[in-house]
Design a protein around this ligand. Sequence first.
Ligand SMILES: [Zn+2]
Ligand SMILES: [Zn+2]
Length: 137
Amino acid sequence: MICPVCQSDMIVVEHNRIELDYCAACHGVWFDAGELELLLGSLGLDGAGRLLGDIPEAAEVDTGEEKRRCPFCRRKMKKVDLEKKVLVDLCPQGEGIWFDGGEVGELIGRLFQKTPHQPDVLQNAIEFLGEVIKPWE
Ligand SMILES: [Zn+2]
Ligand SMILES: [Zn+2]
């Protein structure tokens, strides 16, 4: 699959049965429909259910940036704001979600703040992100 931002070939990475398309050049990540749920669920993030339910209804944000195209259907993706902080690109047909480099880590960090008393969550996330996405390199 081709990266919607820099047009590099993306690599498929797998972790706990979750497959992601990752761009090694710009560090963006594509989640197919359902994979973000699997990831957040595997991390035990309680706030994630509501967030994921809200995504399809989320209002489009006008950023003035050029719209990116879905790597599957090539339609223009809509920009939506998750947790009032993380701007992601969403396929208008619901095929998946694009996160720019570091945005997955930011989202998980925000969900983690809303999930008290689960010290394993952050450890799991760091392990996952460090292994698969490496946002801090
Ligand atoms: Zn890229
Ligand atoms: Zn699409």
